[in-house]
Structures are given as C-alpha cells and as structure tokens.
Design a binder for this molecule. Structure first.
Ligand code: NAD
Length: 471
C-alpha cells in the first residue's frame, strides 16, 4: 500500500476556475476504489498523526500567527484533539466498518439482514477560522474513516493555517483523493456549485443556509455545525467556587470567547447575583491578572472586522452604562478585556446576536422557570449549561430545554468526550460528529436483506384465488 500512495504530487489550488476540474479528478480517483480498503484508511489516519508529530511546533506557531493563540491552548484544544481522534478511529475502525447483523422477520422468513456502512462518496468540508486546525482536520478524520474522498476548504480568516494545511496535507496524505482548496467566498461558491455526496460545514447559521440551499440542488446530505448563543443558568444551590472557574475557563480560556460553545450569557438566580459577579471578577483577576492585556493566556480578537463588531456592542449606550467589569480596549492590538455587563436589556443586540468574544452579559432571573422561558424563547442553542446541586433543577433543565448538547456543572467539556455526539439542533445545526459519530456522518447505512432459494409461500404470488385470500 505504501508505494501506492500518491503524496506530494498535488499541492494547493488557487483560483476558482480550476475547481470543477479538481473535483472531477477527485471523483475519478474515488471511483477507482482506492479509499475503500481499511488499510488505506488506517494509512491516512497514521499520516495525520505523523504530520502532527513532525510539524507540531509549526502548527502551533501558525495558530499564534492567526489568532495569537497561546501555545498551551493550541496544543490542548486543537492538536491533541485531532491526534486522539485519529488514534480512536484506528483502534475502532474494524468494528465501525463491520456489517451489523440483523435477525430476520417473520414476514420475510427465512432471511437475515445486515446494515452495511458504505462511504457516502466525495465530500466537501468547509471549516471556520476559530479553531482552524481542529475544525479542518477532525472532519477529515471522519471522512477518511468512512472511506470517502474529500476536498477541504479551510477559512480564509485564518490564512496562515489555511496555507499551512495546503502545504502539509499533500505531503502526508493521499493527494489523489484528499485535496485542500484555499480561498474565500468566490472559491466556496464555485465549490458549492459542484455535485457532492456529502457537505460538512462549520460556521455561521447565515452561511449554513447558503450551504443547505446549494446542497438541495443535488439532494446532498449535509452536516451543519453552526453557532448561536449558548446560555448558562446558575441556580441558587450552585457551587460557585468550583463553577465560576469553569465558566471563566470556558469563556476566556478557550480562544477568548471566540468559540461556538463558549458561554454567551449568564442567567443567575437573583438571590446569588451579587455574589456571582464579585466571585467572577476575583476569578478573572486570578486567571489573567489585574491587567489582562499583559496576560500570556488570552487569545486576541481575530481581525479588525470582528474587533469593530465587538466594540460596537460596548459602544451601545444601553450596554456601556451597564459594564461592571472590564471594557478596556486597544484598537491597535485588537484587544478587549474580559468584560461583564449586568442587567442587559433583553432587546439589545448583545442579547440577540452571537457574541463570539470576551463580553459576558449577566441577567438576573427569579428561578429556573424564568431561565427556561428565556432560553426557550430564543433559537435552539448549540449547548446549554446549568450549574446546580439541586437534582430537580437539573432534571427540569435537561427535560425542558432543547439544545445540541448540555453540560451540568461545567462548560465546554462535552466536546472532549468522543462517546458523545457533538452537533446542534435547529438554528445551531444538524447532524453531529466526534468518535464513531464522525464515521457515521460520512457513511450511508445500507440495508441488505439476504435470502436463500427455499420455501416460498404460494399465497404470496398471483393469481390470488379465493382460497389464497383466505389463507
Ligand atoms: P462563516 O460562516 O463566516 O465562515 C465559515 C466558512 O464559510 C468559511 O470557510 C468561509 O470561507 C465560508 N463562507 C463565508 N461566507 C460565505 C458565502 N457567502 N458563501 C459561501 N461560503 C462562505 O463562519 P466563521 O466566521 O468562520 O465562524 C464563526 C461561526 O461559526 C460562529 O457562528 C460560530 O459559532 C460557528 N462555529 C461553529 C462551530 C461548531 O462546531 N458548531 C465551530 C466553530 C465555529
């Protein structure tokens, strides 16, 4: 298999005009069946592991260039997650690929059945900028495991990572069936115009609609990993000492709030509201010092467009008067300090748009029912968080809030468990991935019914005489 591997032959493609030809080439190579054998899949997964081992410092440095991401954070939240996903897939692949036996039914006796996972075919993966390595390569792990061919279009908003991927992927992976296309809206539009067997998209709900509309032309199945406002409810029984550190880490310790699963706003039982705010300020100072601008542990805002968007939230007079902590800015360094805004009006843009940055609105509520009502009045979130020691509150939240995922007494950690499907519902997306769910996202479950040539019941076939009808 090793000598059969075509690596380093085909690099990045720039220019929309080349793309239809590229997709045709990938499809032809896929039709040759090269992606089907388990050996090919394992070889490619090992290729990703080797790429990470040999290029780890380059990857981490590139993430710093794009996002000012601290190296520890890049390692924990991007590189090591991809490596673990590959290792799990290699370990489980045979099991995932094995046909699942299904016993025969009385109506088809004698027969037996099997559910056969077949690769969907040629997949398009479009990724977002905020975890530009993870969100590009982890879907590839799913596509490779399932035996698909693929074209990856990383985000142009993290250009250094996109360039690195288009340099490294052809060096480590089979470039006849795994290609990287750099580019923005123009290139993505041309790609979306081609026929695909699967589109896996990570990004905003706005562009998610464009992707789904394009997919509908060929009835292409989609996974949409979208965003939105992830709420946190803090109940009066919550362990604040433990919980607020976990909330702060999920908000500022993970790309400085620029994460789809970052806590977007807090709903706090009014009885504990002032204690929560005071403790949270202490936690922020403990994590990032009195002047967080000097901290080595905070990512910067990705670009001027997003910086201006976030600054615009704070310039709204309805919001600026409510800042209780932070609010410091440096236009040149694209820096906004961890910022708490209390009693935010529900009709403000801060409460209607995804924040995706270091600003955290706080809203006091009378209790769990008001929190449920506020969350349920809004589009279904990617994840909802609840902090409580009260089992009844926990049960009520789990039973009544519809969200992609849910975490009780922590934030963001559900992302780390490959046994849990990761994905949204409604406005926050559809379908899911991680672990076996990534394999499933790129597979078709084919139902196969096997019969032998024995024993047909005559009543099954015409002519349907009275005797047969009475049978
Ligand atoms: P985005 O939707 O602007 O861009 C994502 C991708 O779509 C990029 O590759 C981009 O080139 C492409 N794109 C942009 N405009 C397009 C257009 N008009 N036509 C075709 N393609 C287009 O999203 P983003 O700014 O990169 O990421 C932020 C959003 O992604 C947030 O909403 C965040 O919550 C969400 N997100 C979700 C997840 C998840 O796993 N659910 C992960 C990260 C980010």
């Amino acid at each position: 298999m090793e000598e059969d591997l075509e690596v380093g032959g085909r690099g990045a493609v720039r220019g929309a005009a080349e793309l239809p030809r590229l997709v045709t080439e990938v499809r032809e190579a896929y039709r040759n069946g090269r992606t089907r054998p388990a050996a090919w899949r394992v070889q490619q997964l090992n290729g990703i592991i080797r790429m990470i081992s040999e290029r780890e410092s380059e990857i981490v440095q590139t993430l710093y260039t794009d996002l000012g991401k601290p190296s520890h954070e890049s390692y924990v939240t991007e590189v090591s997650l991809v490596r673990s996903a590959c290792k799990l897939a290699i370990k489980e692949l045979k099991k995932w690929m094995a046909p699942l036996k299904v016993s025969g039914s009385i109506t088809t006796f004698p027969s037996w059945g099997a559910i056969v996972a077949e690769p969907l075919g040629v997949a398009l993966v479009i990724s977002a900028w905020n975890f530009p390595f993870l969100l590009s390569v982890e879907p590839l792990v799913g596509a490779i495991s399932a035996g698909c061919a693929m074209v990856l279009k990383p985000s142009e908003v993290a250009p250094a990572t996109a360039a690195l991927l288009s340099k490294l992927v052809p060096l480590y992976l089979d470039s006849s069936v795994i290609r990287v296309v750099e580019g923005g809206v123009d290139e993505t539009t041309v790609l979306l115009d081609q026929q695909w067997d699967k589109i896996f998209y990570t990004g905003s709900p706005r562009v998610g609609r464009i992707v789904m509309a394009a997919a509908s032309k060929h009835l292409t199945p989609v996974t949409l990993e979208l965003g939105g406002k992830c709420p946190v409810y803090i109940d009066r029984t919550a362990d604040l000492k433990v919980g607020l550190r976990r909330i702060a880490l999920g908000k500022w310790g993970c790309n400085n709030g620029q994460a789809c699963i970052a806590p977007d706003y807090l709903l706090i039982d009014e009885i504990i509201a002032s204690e929560v705010v005071d403790t949270l300020i202490d936690v922020i100072e403990t994590f990032y010092g009195k002047d967080p601008k000097t901290s080595q542990d905070l990512s910067r805002i990705v670009n001027t467009k997003h910086y201006s968007r976030l600054a615009g939230f704070l310039d709204d007079p309805k919001i600026s008067s409510k800042i209780v902590h932070g609010g410091a800015r440096d236009d040149n360094k694209l820096y906004i300090s961890p910022t708490l805004v209390c009693d935010v009006p529900m009709d403000s843009t801060l409460m209607s748009e995804e924040i995706f940055g270091p600003i955290l609105p706080i809203i006091k509520v009378k209790g769990v029912q008001e929190a449920i009502d506020i969350i349920s009045d809004r589009p279904k979130p990617l994840v909802a968080y609840v902090f409580t020691k009260n089992k009844e509150v926990e049960k009520r939240i789990v039973a009544s809030i519809s969200s992609g995922g849910m975490v009780v007494n922590d934030t963001i950690v559900h992302f780390l468990n490959p046994g849990l499907p990761f994905g949204g519902v409604g406005e926050s997306g559809m379908s899911s991935y991680h672990g076996k769910f990534s394999f499933d996202a790129f597979s078709h479950k084919k139902a196969v019914l096997y019969r032998n040539n024995l024993g047909d019941v005559p009543a099954r076939f015409p002519p349907f005489t009275t005797m047969k009808q009475n049978f």
